[in-house]
Design a protein. Structure first.
Length: 215
């Protein structure tokens, strides 16, 4: 069976797995953003605390994905829970690092002017610091999304959702009918999702970044 014929006969399954893959990544990134940006805001003024937070996030990112997924089976079982926990862990570092870098990189004169206008620390954070740091934070979110899109495919090893099911099934039946088509479909699905997320982040950046801050 040719590749186009395979896609035509399995289109419903491929679409279902693609949506599953996108949703589990989107959920994981949303959780990671809340955690990483929150920690970044809490520690960016304190060099030692920031170093510790980034160090922990960096260690999590270096853990081999198969090992982390395996360790999570005992407390969380199979499927969605360990997949989301692992993806959140891998997504933290780029978002947290860019949050801290973005907030630290704001011109002190801008903050001093805000203080002179009587703005509280909370208002400065919400009205000045976070908006100015947002382009860099969004870049961290984009990087984390691309990382987790690939790692999410490996979650099929623990019955996780997404396109990894096609990749693992095809590799496991290598040499059989349609095994190559199955594997290639899973890989191309992840690549297409990465391109779509990239376009989405470009649109979000253009829509949410003031014209003067656009690169």
């Amino acid at each position: 069976m040719s590749f186009p014929e395979y896609l035509d006969t399995r289109s419903e399954l491929v679409l279902e797995l693609t949506v599953e893959h996108a949703l589990v990544v989107a959920l994981s990134i949303a959780i990671a953003v809340v955690i990483a940006v929150g920690i970044g805001i809490a520690v960016y003024r304190h060099a030692r605390a920031a170093s510790v937070a980034l160090g922990v996030a960096g260690v999590l990112l270096t853990i081999p994905s198969f090992a982390l997924f395996g360790l999570l089976i005992a407390p969380l079982g199979l499927g969605y829970p360990p997949t989301v926990v692992a993806l959140v862990a891998y997504a933290l570092l780029p978002i947290m690092r860019n949050t801290i870098t973005g907030l630290r990189g704001i011109d002190p004169a801008v903050l001093e002017s805000a203080r002179g206008m009587g703005m509280s620390a909370r208002r400065r954070l919400l009205r000045i610091e976070l908006p100015l740091a947002w382009p860099l934070i969004l870049t961290g979110i984009r990087i984390s999304t691309l990382i987790t899109l690939g790692i999410a495919a490996i979650a099929a090893a623990i019955n996780g959702p997404g396109l990894g099911e096609l990749i693992f099934s095809g590799i496991g039946r290598i040499g059989a009918v349609n095994s190559v088509n199955e594997t290639v479909t899973g890989i191309l699905g992840v690549v297409v999702l990465a391109l779509l997320f990239d376009v989405l982040y470009f649109v979000v950046r253009r829509a949410t970044t003031p014209r003067g801050l656009r690169a």
